[in-house]
Design a protein around this ligand. Structure first.
Ligand code: C2O
Length: 558
């Protein structure tokens, strides 16, 4: 049905400033034993978490992904800004068709002006449950960190683990219309720690030398859970978030939504012992079940006696939204920022959950969702459906019928977003389903308010934008009110995922100077399944470095 990509060649329009790095990713079926049961999971190169991708700022990355499993796969390089390389971004049916069984695709992109900690993960179905790993981008040779050089660096990548297969988890949600099964464990670098069934010896550990300072690169790669992280008796000094330096600040805990990363410095300056690093749930929605046992790893001083239990860590309680916002103000860019001061595109998107009536629009669900209906989720009350070919391909090749360009700049109905349903009719909780995009002219200076809704329940949503980082210029509780909202235009943090406060709003700004199709969605996977996303089309500009190149020749076909 589709025309082949005739004579398309991939091109690196950026002057390659760094080295070129090659990686080989094999998507494989791997047998593992965890929590005393064996099962097959999908991995990259047989590893959970997958291989770490190391690079330096401005490096050209060439990563060949070969799919040796019977299921579809794609990899997304989360937080990589993909300057003029939208074809290599990875979200299925947005920028590419999935890599089918036995096929391969080579992702190529340049880490233009990027350094720090990011992650990669699968971006099709719920495959990222086990297909994820870290990206570590060092500064260029001779460029120091803007903080004292740590004695050692460690990656801590947080995940969720189920006995069930990812396809089953997803299809259960689709069939029942209800919520997802809670994870059987949280993982730290693939290890649950001692608190679960049959997991006493499956513990990750960092050996530390008394007096030394460590850099921890912490990544939340969980599927459906925002997570708190803490270390018993130790302070965390946050120096980076989403691969951008922050003004250092000290805290005893940090919350990460899925997709978010922080770098923290920890000094081993306490008495010699074995301490716990703990990971537990942040669950801001009401009546949502969650795994309440923590994943534990050890922060173990050289010379510690090991016959005693580790000093236990105190996590905030699961619904401690105060602990979350009390940190938010402290995230400030370290360096000078170029936040757009004049705005020409004002957008206002609601984010939240919906409930559809049982008889519509998906008749084969068994309606185990809210009020005997099925769950949905939306932006501006539109639930996003992925098309049958990628939006980028349809746009680029001018193939009609796969999406419409009518995603609105503001909600079609205005109402008391946080406290009431549309028109305050409590029964009108439904959303409208479709594949809608919002088109931005090249160079638009965008301000976007993300507003949580209480149609079903308010909830903190980690909203991720592909292809860009954005300045988080403000946030607050309740409905956004331009008269009272306070903005930081001096040193706002530059992020790729913003945890919009429960029952509140966040304001982000960016310049739309990277042409392509860019997904924006809640990074809680189940919310994405329910439709909590949309895509921007950013048009080409005039110049060479303002035009999306042709797709690579090996682009997967649908
Ligand atoms: Cu990390 Cu579209 O996701």
């Amino acid at each position: 049905m589709l025309l082949p990509f005739a004579s398309h060649v991939s091109a690196a329009p950026w002057p390659v400033g760094g080295s070129t790095r090659f990686y080989d990713f094999k998507v494989q079926t791997t047998r593992i034993t965890k929590l005393c049961k064996s099962k097959d999971i999908t991995t990259i190169n047989g590893m959970l978490p997958g291989p770490v991708v190391y690079a330096q700022e401005d490096d050209r990355m060439i990563i060949k992904v070969t799919n040796e499993t019977p299921h579809n796969a794609t990899i997304h390089w989360h937080g990589v800004r993909q300057r003029l390389s939208a074809w290599s971004d990875g979200p299925s049916y947005i920028t590419q068709c999935p890599i089918q069984a036995g096929q391969s695709f080579t992702y190529e992109f340049t880490l233009v002006k990027q350094k720090g900690t990011l992650l990669w993960h699968a971006h099709v179905s719920w495959l990222r449950a086990t297909v994820y790993g870290a990206i570590v981008i060092y500064p260029k040779n001779g460029v120091p960190y803007p903080f004292p050089y740590p004695y050692e660096e460690h990656i801590l990548i947080l995940g969720e683990y189920w006995y069930e297969d990812y396809l089953k988890l997803e299809s259960d949600v689709m069939k029942t219309g209800g919520g997802p099964r809670t994870a059987d464990a949280f993982l730290i670098n693939g290890h649950p720690g001692p608190l679960y069934n049959c997991s006493q010896n499956d513990v990750y550990k960092i050996d530390v030398v008394p007096g030394k300072t460590y850099l921890l690169r912490i990544i939340n790669a969980a599927l459906n859970q925002e997570l708190f992280f803490t270390i018993s008796n130790h302070n965390l000094t946050i120096v980076e978030a989403d691969a951008e330096y922050t003004k250092p600040f000290t805290t005893d805990q940090v919350m990460l939504g899925p997709g978010q990363t922080v770098n923290v410095l920890v000094t081993a300056d306490k008495s010699i012992a074995r301490y716990s690093m703990a990971v537990g749930p942040y669950q801001s929605a009401k009546n949502v079940p969650f795994q309440n046992k923590s994943a534990i790893a050890y922060f173990q001083y050289e010379g510690a006696t090991l016959n005693s239990l580790p000093l236990s860590a105190k996590l905030p309680t699961f619904n401690d939204s105060l602990a979350v916002v009390s940190n938010m103000d402290s995230f400030r860019s370290l360096n000078a920022v170029d936040v757009p001061l004049e705005i020409d595109t004002n957008l206002f998107f609601t984010v939240g959950l919906n409930a559809e009536k049982c008889h519509s629009p998906t008749p084969n669900k068994s309606c185990q969702g809210p009020n005997g209906g099925v769950f949905a989720a939306s932006m501006n009350n539109f639930s996003f459906v992925k098309p049958k070919i990628s939006v980028l391909q349809a746009y680029y090749d001018n193939i009609h019928g796969y999406f419409t360009e009518d995603f609105p700049d503001v909600p079609l109905k205005s109402y008391d977003f946080v406290n009431g349903a549309p028109n305050n009719i409590p029964n009108d909780t439904q959303s409208v389903i479709g594949t809608r995009v919002n088109v931005l002219e090249y160079g638009s200076r965008v301000q976007l308010i993300l507003q949580d809704t209480g149609i079903l329940t308010t909830e903190n949503h980690p909203i991720h934008l592909h292809g860009y980082s954005f300045y988080v210029v403000g946030y607050g509780s309740g409905n956004y009110n331009p008269q009272t909202a306070r903005f930081n235009l001096i040193d706002p943090p530059y992020m790729n995922t913003i945890a919009v406060p429960v029952g509140g709003w966040a304001a982000i700004r960016f310049v739309a100077d990277n042409p392509g199709v860019w997904f924006m969605h809640c990074h809680l996977e189940v919310h994405l399944t329910w439709g909590l996303g949309m895509a921007f089309i950013v048009k080409n500009g005039e110049g060479v470095l303002e035009t999306l190149p042709h797709p690579p020749a090996d682009m997967p076909r649908c």
